[in-house]
Design a protein around this ligand. Sequence first.
Ligand code: ADP
Length: 725
Amino acid sequence: MSRKRPGAAALSALVAAAGCVVTLVVAGSLTEREEVAAGVQMDRRTTTAAQAVRSETRRYADILRTTAAAAGAQEELTAIEYGRITQPLRTMQLAGATSIGLVVPSTDDQLAAVQERWRGLGLPNLTLHPKGHGQHAFGVVTTTLDGSPPGAGIDLMQAEAPAAALAEARRSGQVAISDTYQLLIDQTVPADRRQNSFVLAAPIFRGSGQSFLGWLVLGVRGQDFMRDTFEQTAQGLLDLTLTADAADRREVTVARLAAAGDGPRDLTRTVDVPVADKRWTLRVAASSKALPGARSIVPLAVTAGGLGLTAVLVVLVWVLATGRDRARGQVRAATAELRAGEAASRRQADLLGAVLDGISDGVGVVGPDGRFLLHNPAAIRILGRGDPVEGMESWQGHFGLFRVDGVTPFPTGELPLVRALAGEDSDQVEMVVRHPTHPEGLVISVSARPMETSAGGRGAVAVFHDITERKRVETELRGFAAVVAHDLKSPLSSILGYADLMLEDLNQVAADGDPEALAEARRGAAKVIDGANRMQRLITELLDYAAARDATLRLADVDLRSLVDDVVTTRTDAPDGPDGPGSRPDVFVGPMPAVRADPVLLRQVIDNLIGNAIKYTPPGRAARIDVTARTEADGTVRVQVADRGIGIPAGEHALVFDSFHRASNGTAHPGTGLGLAICRRIVERHGGRIEAGPNPGGGTVFVFTVPAAEHDPVPVPGVEPVESG
Ligand code: ADP
């Protein structure tokens, strides 16, 4: 695969870094803004809470002050008047308020008078219970507001916190608030329900004379007092803790509400709240997670969105940056593939071209219109022409196509290529090709097939080869077989026939010694021998004929004269033949140049010709033969054998060289018709020609050529030459 360019990675990394930085900066600034907003929220809620605490305590103080003023306005504050004045407080259901009481001061020596006076004012059962000595403050009438039992005659100076508040109220003439403390009554309840309480004390002054009458004291449980206020203020979002100083300066909790949910209290505020003559402390805590407007998912969403967008951008940049590389890689791969394909096709085409150029079979391809698209060199060689030809109709005349008889024009519709264009296969259709530029004529075998052309139409391809030689051999073989069959069978059947007769004759000789029968038997034996000789001759000539074609030429410089003399001697010295005594041939042998030939085969030629010249002589006449030779202008040696025999009928001189051909006038003489065929083979293998012609004045003249000798030959007749080649 293609290598990723470094630019793609760098670009993607850059986009990733930039995306992350932008996302984090935006998210950071959003968080910062949210923190500021949370602070503002917190401040606002803290202020609201502080105001609530303040206004609630002030409300209690105001109620107490107003009630105290009402009490001071009475001519005489009786128990009944007190009850009437404080009645509204009982119905107001002030949160956390436990009791309201009228407290009057007394010194030790005033005790009896005070007790007597209030017994007179409607509290006949009042008994004061002083604690210690000095100043006392007795609750003469106490009304419970929460159902706790009223206590009368108790000396409030016994408890430090209320005592201080009473003193302060009397001194300042204002409502005073005590430090927090635990009510006596609360010390009997379970620890978790004990609350810190405080009292509000309002001084009662009679008329405008400002004579001090006592205090109106409101007892309040801190937690109950603040519960509703806190709940309304906190709205489930804030922890609120209200603390005050205890008498011993310890900080004690007046009220507490934990309502800020689960999150960490990351937002806290502490404010002082003025309560009557004191200052309480309000602590507010909240979790920014829970506080509306303090923390949103916006920064988180922005971060997630930003990072997501960055990731998408990075992927996009990567894909775009590497896309070119990928595309280029693909193009490169495809191009390489195409080139490989092209090269392969070219190689195939080259190979195909080489094959077509090299094969000996002719190949021709035609398009749908019969126009030749392709033909190879062998096609031109076999057909004898490669010039363009128009239309199928003209093929027969152009190429000279005939039936195997060599004369009937081949019908166009049956030509293999024409049939292939019509969709038909043809196999090994034989025809003859002959025209002016190819006059010798060839037999060819043609096969053709329809084929798809690259343009999509139907074309055709033909393959053909020269079978002339094969046909010739076939013809030859057919004749050969027929003659062999005939020429071997006829002597054989005569042998059998005579052998049969001989047997009968011999039986008769054995039976009665008939001399006639004996003579018949002898004639029969002679016929048997004759038949056997004929068979032997035929077999020998068949072998010679095959050898003349197949034997290796062993060329040497041959003394022709010695060779001819040797043949003549052998032929003429033979014992009297069938022609009997007096038929001894008269042979003249002229001077002769040396030749270059295979001496064994050349001897066979000479022997055949001289043998025929002797054989084809009219009966009763001696053969008259002239054997001469001369060197021609072209350097070959021309050898001539002329006789005065029976001659060959006109028109048959060329045919006698065909195998098994016997001239019409010569059949009286024994023969196979192979001798001259053997001669022609041998002469042609030496590069020469052989022909026959009439001898003027009667008889036949045979002429053949052979190459002249290269050096002087060693004249040793009948001896195998030492040089070969
Ligand atoms: P064969 O002699 O066995 O018949 P050849 O091939 O030698 O076969 O000769 C072929 C034929 O040619 C002979 O049958 C004969 O008719 C004719 N022929 C050959 N030589 C002569 C000749 N010298 N004179 C007349 N006819 C001949």
